[in-house]
Design a protein around this ligand. Structure first.
Ligand SMILES: Cc1cc2nc3c(=O)[nH]c(=O)nc-3n(C[C@H](O)[C@H](O)[C@H](O)COP(=O)(O)O)c2cc1C
Length: 239
């Protein structure tokens, strides 16, 4: 946190929906485990995409999580190792006291991510959080967790007058942003769209994914007659 503050970061996001890793069967099926050993299927897939494979090889191999380098307990710090060690590096006893301690230590804005219950949101705002980020971790943690859009109205009613309410999870279209805005979100975030873009085309690919979302947002606003964010009102959606 001191490093982040010294580097000029103004807000810190604390994720609270990951006391342990979810059961990620797709990771297991794709052998996204440690140590990472590509199987026949992955090799064949790579062969069918020579341009992509060549670019990965030319750029130094599989991507690494640079900001976590040196912070793991293992010597092997490949992306797959880090991803599959989710859950082993976490403190499952982190609770409201822990959050209060972080609040006291961090001078900037504190955002709490991974909240889907109004009563939790109230308590977290009571502890001094500056924003609530509704998230079910993209559905990667708890199967059966509610869709974030479904809980949004309750959350906005509970804390929306005090702090901004943000939302992520399944934002794939500009119209998804309009729906979230109409139901009271101040901000939406997208995880996988930019990851897909980056996987397909590197940094420009990630920018392209955002450009597509922005274009769809404008188009949807025009089609619904909203000239500004403020005009994206609740009556645009029907339950
Ligand atoms: C590969 C991957 C890694 C993620 N790692 C983290 C993480 O380390 N911390 C975190 O708070 N959320 C993490 N998330 C969840 C995202 O921050 C975000 O909540 C989620 O992807 C939003 O849903 P979407 O992908 O449908 O847009 C991760 C998501 C993906 C797909």
């Amino acid at each position: 946190m001191e490093r982040a503050w010294a580097s000029g970061y103004e807000a810190m996001v604390v994720t609270v929906d990951l006391p342990t890793g979810g059961k990620r069967e797709r990771d297991a099926r794709n052998r996204f485990a440690q140590p990472f050993r590509p199987g026949i299927g992955q090799m064949l897939e790579a062969l069918t995409k020579p341009d992509w494979s060549w670019r990965i090889l030319a750029n130094g191999g599989l991507p690494q999580l640079e900001n976590l380098r040196g912070l793991t307990r293992r010597s092997d710090e490949s992306l797959a190792t880090l991803a599959s060690s989710v859950g082993q590096q976490l403190d499952a006893s982190f609770d409201e006291r822990g959050l209060a301690r972080l609040r006291a230590m961090w001078k900037g804005k504190l955002v709490v991510k991974g909240v889907t219950r109004a009563d939790d949101a109230e308590r977290i705002v009571g502890l001094g959080a500056d924003a609530i980020w509704i998230s079910n971790h993209g559905g990667r943690q708890l199967d059966g967790a509610p869709a974030t859009l479904d809980v949004l109205p309750d959350m906005v009613e509970a804390v929306g007058a005090r702090v901004p309410v943000m939302l992520d999870g399944g934002v794939r279209r500009g119209s998804d942003m309009v729906k979230a805005r109409a139901l009271g979100a101040q901000c939406v975030c997208a995880g996988r769209p930019t990851l897909y873009g980056a996987s397909a085309g590197g940094y420009p690919g990630a920018q392209r994914a955002l450009a597509i979302l922005a274009d769809e947002l404008h188009r949807c606003m025009q089609l619904t007659g909203a000239r500004s964010m403020a005009e994206i009102s609740r009556d645009l959606v029907r339950p």
